[in-house]
Design a protein around this ligand. Structure first.
Ligand SMILES: [Zn+2]
Length: 191
């Protein structure tokens, strides 16, 4: 009997469960890549030194420890899990903060490009979730959360401003533009 395939739209609509140990292991694998480790360390060093005095670096910037801290506070929520307090303002978000002990990571839904088996979907969700959790955990490395703008400025210092830091657009929330910018640099470090 042929396995029933999951359609992309159906995969996207699920409140897909989190494999927390799997996500953590995948983050660890990414952070063990020398290029990723060096990039994250340098990035956090710049962001922490430019941040407001009360926005202190958590756990010395040990990203996995910060992830564990978030898990011990409010943990993960899927972006479409409205019943559990998902925030409709965006797919991937660092909610609350470590200082208030209400740090949470909201993780967006994943849409496969083609119909997939359940096993493929599980593997693809895990990879997507780990990448998002790495980005959002970096936000929570600031006790009061480091912003996408702060990370974008630091990333532009590390890449010699190539590509250039996005220029503010009037009447535009730049958060997601800054987010994409520094996330692109983060991805280059672990690809
Ligand atoms: Zn972000």
């Amino acid at each position: 009997m042929e396995e029933e395939m999951v359609q992309p739209d159906d995969a996207f609509k699920m409140v897909y469960p989190f494999d927390v140990p799997g996500i953590r292991a995948e983050m660890e694998r990414m952070l063990n890549k020398p290029k990723c480790a060096a990039f994250v360390k340098q990035l956090l060093s710049i962001v922490a030194s430019n941040a407001q005095a009360d926005n202190k670096l958590v756990a010395g910037g040990d990203v996995l420890k910060v992830f564990d801290t978030v898990m011990s506070q409010k943990g993960l929520v899927r972006a479409n899990d409205i019943q559990n307090g998902a925030d409709p303002s965006g797919p991937n978000l660092a909610l609350g903060n470590v200082a208030k002990k209400n740090a949470r990571i909201q993780v967006g839904n994943y849409r496969p490009g083609i119909p997939v088996t359940r096993a493929d979907l599980k593997a693809q969700y895990l990879k997507s979730d780990a990448r998002i959790c790495l980005h959002e955990t970096l936000h929570h490395c600031g006790e009061l959360v480091y912003s996408d703008q702060e990370f974008a400025i630091a990333a532009s210092a590390l890449n010699g401003n190539n590509p250039p830091l996005p220029v503010p657009i009037p009447n535009t929330d730049m958060r997601f533009i800054y987010s994409q910018y520094w996330d692109g640099e983060l991805r280059k470090s672990y690809k």
